[in-house]
Design a protein around this ligand. Structure first.
Ligand code: GLA
Ligand code: ZN
Length: 677
């Protein structure tokens, strides 16, 4: 596909308005040295460019834009609407949020606007239209960055009123609403729309963020995500009135729970996101986040932010070790990024982010380790970025990720409080990651036909049409993996009656009669058909076969000897049902069976502990080989004799140290599943 940018953007958040002008010129020199070709500006400058309700002042922003333009740098122009100016909160207190405890907030912090405040909406429209009129025609402005990291929630009276309107549109009648939320439970039946209240700590919300009525709380999440999306749409549409073609995005946050990013991505020209792993985040999880962000539009994305060294907001903000930032950047690119941008280009002098890493540290020296590493990467990307951008990632495995399920699963009261959506998905993703099998993270309404293997763990909420779509996929020859806590409820969180896993029962060929839950210190064991024994924990489905065959059975408790993992033929394909949480080995065994039957292979035909990820350009495949392990690892034999794009040298039998990277461009495919099939 055609790249959305002319070059790989290399830059990041830049706040010259926080610095005297002498520093600006020094910054430009430093950027040249570091190969910084872009800057994201105006992210938090609302109070600066609109000092009062009646006054706008773009003088300084003009100078910043002019300076960057003269320097030939690409500009990602933010709209500044993510932190309210003090004057606005003073004059219109309703623009501030009311929190889960029901407390109306004062001026302070950021990401703090009530999404349903008409006053806020009025001001963002005004500001965005002025920005778009003024800068939209500047050729160096290559992307609009709307707001910043939308998120959080508001429980104010304006939101409550808007929620009632939203519900009225969705349910039309009070009867339908009562039924959807099952309000006869605890006698919560309502008789008028204005009896609906927001589900926070003052109403249905439980102290721990849980809820007495998941149906209400899930609808509130849908509504809250939609409310913020409406603000994004307002800014986007306003920009479009004056600027017909510059890309428009907002920066997302991976598996961030509050917003249904698949819905958001439909409204964005390109997905961008901020990657902040902590010191102990597994590399597989970071890879999964990238795949999810790519999956939102099934297209290359922007890395809008990462720190060049450390963060400030984690409990322990370790430094990135030498080579780590570079390896992390290549992993990002390998999974589909077409830009590498940092938060931030210059480290702030005060405020809570003064300990946050930056390209230019407090010493301001080009001798600093971080600056040198950023410069080296800048030089490499200048050479090779152009041949990578626009290339695609291809996969035959789809892992379903669905925000409705994320919310619903984690709102359930019982059977096991430790059950977490992302952990469950990651457990599956890890298998493929470790085997270098490409994966697409896909929405519930994806075209499953593109895949040979569809994975949907904890598919708790099966919404209308989903079971039919999966049945069609399996009947046509697809392999489907699902398991415990699947097929349980409908879109309103009411149970699909008649036996679990509800609408997936035919596909799985099983009836789950009961679900046992285990505390962390408890476990069960499994005997696989091949004679091996393994552990299992968290939940145990008690399963009756209805056409499926048993792959493993429980070894203890009163259901010892009954099936725990099964396989069912359905049309030309099959369904694997995993009734309990397997160990890595047990899950590995099962997923190997599924991959074998679905004809899924690794990107290279060789076992390796290195990460090998492939993008596909028109000219051929690009392989990214990366070492994230604490040991030296040999270059896979298939790459010996190939040229490393980074150094231009032909590789021999060599080893990669931790954080070493090789990039190989090859006539597609070297060895791939396509060859074998
Ligand atoms: C987020 C924000 C940035 C900055 C970084 C710090 O990603 O978008 O403004 O606060 O976190 O890590
Ligand atoms: Zn509100």
């Amino acid at each position: 596909m055609k790249a959305k940018f002319k070059q790989m953007l290399y830059g990041g958040d830049y706040n010259p308005e926080q610095w005297p002008k002498e520093v600006w010129q020094k910054d430009m020199e430093m950027f040249n040295k570091a190969g910084i070709n872009s800057a994201t500006v105006n992210v938090f400058s609302w109070a600066r460019i609109q000092p009062s309700e009646e006054t706008y002042d773009f003088k300084e922003l003009d100078e910043i834009v002019e300076m960057l333009t003269k320097e030939g740098r690409q500009i990602v122009l933010a709209t500044s609407t993510a932190a309210l100016p003090a004057w606005m909160v003073k004059r219109y207190p309703e623009v501030a949020r009311t929190d889960y405890e029901g407390r109306r907030h004062k001026f302070g912090q950021r990401h703090n606007a009530c999404p349903n405040s008409l006053v806020y909406r009025h001001f963002i429209k005004e500001l965005t239209s002025r920005l778009a009129k003024r800068y939209g025609k500047n050729e160096n402005v290559v992307c609009w960055h709307v707001n910043n990291e939308y998120g959080g929630e508001c429980y104010c009276e304006n939101c409550e009123k808007a929620f009632r309107i939203w519900l009225r549109e969705k349910y039309q009648t009070i009867e339908t609403l009562n039924k959807a939320w099952n309000l006869s439970f605890w006698g919560h039946t309502i008789y008028d729309w204005d009896e609906v209240v927001l589900p926070n700590a003052l109403s249905e919300g439980l102290w721990d963020g849980g809820t007495a009525f998941a149906g209400i709380s899930i609808d509130y999440r849908r509504f809250n995500s939609e409310s913020m999306l409406n603000n994004y749409r307002l800014e986007r549409d306003t920009i479009r009135q004056y600027d017909k073609d510059t890309l428009i995005t907002t920066n997302l946050m991976g598996t961030y729970k509050e917003l249904d990013y698949f819905k958001w991505a439909k409204e964005m020209d390109i997905v961008s996101w901020d990657n902040y792993p902590s010191f102990d985040t597994p590399w597989s999880q970071t890879a999964m986040n990238h795949d999810l962000m790519r999956g939102l539009k099934d297209e290359p994305f922007m890395l809008m932010e990462q720190t060049p060294s450390q963060q400030n907001w984690q409990p322990y903000n370790s430094l990135k070790k030498p080579g780590q930032m570079r390896a992390q950047s290549y992993q990002t690119i390998a999974h589909g990024a077409d830009t590498i941008q940092f938060f931030q280009l210059r480290r702030s002098v005060g405020g809570c982010e003064k300990f946050h890493g930056a390209v230019i540290e407090h010493a301001g020296s080009d001798k600093a380790r971080v600056f040198r590493e950023v410069s080296e990467l800048g030089e490499e990307l200048k050479r090779i970025g152009g041949s990578i951008i626009g290339s695609r990632n291809e996969a035959k495995v789809g892992i379903l990720f669905d925000w409705d399920n994320y919310w619903a699963l984690e709102y359930t009261s019982g059977p096991n409080k430790d059950l977490k959506y992302v952990d469950q998905i990651l457990q599956y993703y890890e298998y493929f990651y470790n085997k270098n099998i490409p994966v697409d993270m896909i929405p519930a309404d994806a075209d499953f036909g593109k895949y040979a293997l569809l994975i949907a763990p904890v598919l708790y909420m099966v919404k209308e049409g989903m079971a039919e779509a999966i049945e069609e996929f399996v009947a046509a020859g697809g392999s489907f993996v699902t398991g415990f806590m699947s097929g349980i409820v409908d879109q309103s969180d009411n149970v699909h009656l008649g036996g679990y896993p509800g609408p997936l029962r035919k596909l799985a060929g099983v009836w789950v009669e009961e679900i046992d839950a285990m505390a962390p210190e408890q476990s069960n064991a499994l005997a696989f058909k091949d004679g091996t024994v393994d552990g299992c924990r968290m939940l145990c489905d008690i399963i009756h076969l209805e056409g499926a065959e048993e792959i493993a059975q429980y070894r203890s408790n009163f259901y010892a000897g009954t099936p725990a993992v099964t396989k069912n033929m359905f049309g030309k394909g099959c369904t694997y049902y995993v009734g309990t949480m397997l160990t890595e080995t047990g899950l590995g065994k099962l997923l190997k069976m599924a991959c074998d039957s679905a004809g899924i292979a690794s990107v290279i035909d060789e076992d390796t502990e290195l990460e090998v990820t492939r993008r596909v350009a028109e000219s051929g495949a690009i392989y990214f080989v990366m070492n994230f392990k604490d040991k030296e690892l040999p270059l896979p034999a298939v790459f010996v004799g190939e040229k490393d794009l980074l150094t231009g040298t032909v590789m021999g039998e060599e080893t990669l140290q931790k954080y070493d990277v090789r990039i190989i461009s090859s006539s597609y495919p070297i060895k791939s599943e396509e060859n074998k099939m």
